[in-house]
Design a protein. Structure first.
Length: 227
């Protein structure tokens, strides 16, 4: 019993992650099976002018490792930053699930035939067979990439390593671009993902700064003016 308590005290903060991950996967799988017809098409004129570039499947798939590695690192190294990252990711992902449930959406951007035959187009064809062109708004690839990079930049250890920060930023941007270059998302999904990320950044990472400034302004009002 004591050993169990020690393990829980040391690793108990994994419970919210495991519970939410289970709920998310069940909910998302249900959406993928349900929203197959009669969904709203998301499209912007600019989507038609973005070329198909199959090499971007690499950063698109690296997203899975990128977000996971950041979360796992924080889990073991900094519990406070871990909870902040989870709050950022979980909130946006829940908003995405609610939108997809209440407003089924999808796109018709995928190519009927691949323009080239290479390892990258084969990978994209395999992706399209398992991933439906639905439940896209806002883009979780975009949103979680922003969340992962913000987590890196707000961790004292990681942000001190400049090459790592540069690589993280480059990967995050590459992933965001990949969503439109391999026709997984409309630009609208990307813009709304960025907007949601900016909003959550203020709530999760700038809340203390905002509160401190509000307190400072309040104290300044109370301070009597000396002529």
């Amino acid at each position: 019993m004591k050993r169990f308590k020690d393990l829980y005290q040391k690793y108990g903060h994994a419970v919210p992650l495991l519970l939410y991950g289970t709920v998310y996967l069940i909910w998302f799988t249900w959406l993928e099976r349900t929203n197959t017809k009669n969904y709203h098409i998301i499209h912007m004129a600019v989507d038609d002018h973005i070329p198909f570039c199959e090499v971007f499947i690499i950063p698109y798939l690296l997203w899975f490792a990128y977000v996971s590695i950041v979360v796992v690192y924080l889990f073991f190294k900094n519990k406070t930053d871990y909870f902040k990252a989870c709050a950022f990711l979980f909130t946006g992902m829940t908003i995405f699930l609610i939108i997809s449930t209440l407003f089924p959406n999808g796109h018709d951007l995928r190519l009927a035939t691949m323009p080239r035959d290479n390892i990258f187009t084969v990978m994209i064809s395999a992706l399209w067979k398992t991933d439906t062109p639905t439940n896209l708004w806002p883009s979780i690839h975009v949103y979680n990439s922003i969340g992962a990079h913000l987590a890196v930049m707000h961790n004292k250890t990681l942000k001190s390593k400049k090459p790592l920060c540069i690589c993280s930023g480059f990967l995050a941007v590459s992933i965001i671009l990949s969503t439109v270059f391999i026709k997984q998302h409309s630009v609208f999904d990307v813009l709304t993902g960025i907007t949601l990320g900016a909003f959550m950044y203020v709530l999760v990472y700038r809340r203390e700064w905002i509160a401190a400034n509000r307190t400072q302004r309040h104290n300044n009002k109370k301070t009597p003016q000396v002529d």
